[in-house]
Design a protein around this ligand. Structure first.
Ligand code: AP5
Length: 213
């Protein structure tokens, strides 16, 4: 089964994709995580995309499409995948349909106010990508990763100016992807307000219904 998670920045795509991956064994593929990993390791790709990402702009389609096409050929995704953060432009969605089959698109819907609250409070462990929230999902020890004890950071693109730019890019570039999948009758809307457990339960129901046909 191949699933796409769509939704505004901070809607919980990464958090929910991780949970579904744990439950189902599907591979979690996050383009944002791949780019951040490249930035952290100062690869050529990382150097190319850092400025764009820090300021809340999209990486060009040509780079992103090739990256995902290559990733979906790797062995660990052959039993199915969850795409988180891709596609986020119509050309990306059209390209994806040329090289892969999408079975279900889960659209996490959240207000701008709650997006800002979630992103301002988000803290991450850069090496693993583990994500916390200072209020909604705090680490055991303030400022430190539960598993390694290493310090947590605030993402560079989680500053207010970048968040606003990401929201504006989402409206102009990614909302057309929602219409694209709606026309194909692949999309299920999920209200992403409520606790992490509550939203995970809603997604669980969607997956059960989908499996039952
Ligand atoms: P990406 O990493 O994909 O960023 P995003 O779409 O802005 O999404 P986020 O990772 O910020 O949020 P999320 O929805 O995963 O929320 P999370 O689960 O962390 O992309 C980053 C950048 O890379 C882009 O801006 C772009 O530059 C580039 N890029 C990536 N893909 C690209 C593409 N396809 N094309 C071009 N460029 C691309 O949750 C947020 C917080 O809320 C956390 O603290 C979490 O603990 C908390 N939380 C989650 N759910 C709940 C809940 N139900 N209740 C309370 N708190 C919650």
């Amino acid at each position: 089964m191949n699933i796409v998670f769509l939704g505004p920045p901070g809607a919980g795509k990464g958090t929910m994709a991780e949970r579904v991956a744990d439950e189902t064994g599907l591979a979690h593929v996050s383009t944002g995580d791949i780019f951040r990993d490249n930035i952290r390791h100062e690869t050529e790709l990382g150097r190319k995309v850092k400025e764009l990402i820090d300021h809340g702009n999209l990486v060009p389609d040509s780079i992103t499409i090739e990256l995902v096409q290559d990733r979906l050929q790797e062995a660990d995704v052959q039993l199915g995948w969850i795409l988180d953060g891709f596609p986020r432009t119509r050309p990306q969605a059209e390209a994806l349909s040329d090289f892969a089959r999408v079975d279900l698109v889960i659209h996490l819907d959240l207000s701008d106010e709650e997006v800002i609250r979630r992103l301002s409070g988000r803290r991450v462990h850069p090496a693993s990508g583990r994500t916390y929230h200072i209020e909604y999902s705090p680490p055991k020890k303030d400022g430190f990763d539960d598993e390694t004890g290493e310090p947590l950071i605030k993402r560079d693109d989680d500053e207010e100016e970048s968040i606003r730019q990401r929201l504006s890019v989402y409206m102009s570039q990614t909302e057309p992807v929602i219409s694209y999948y709606r026309e194909k009758r692949l999309i299920v809307d999920v209200d992403a307000t409520g606790s992490i457990d509550a939203v995970a339960a809603k997604i669980h129901n969607v997956l059960e219904k989908h499996a039952a046909g």
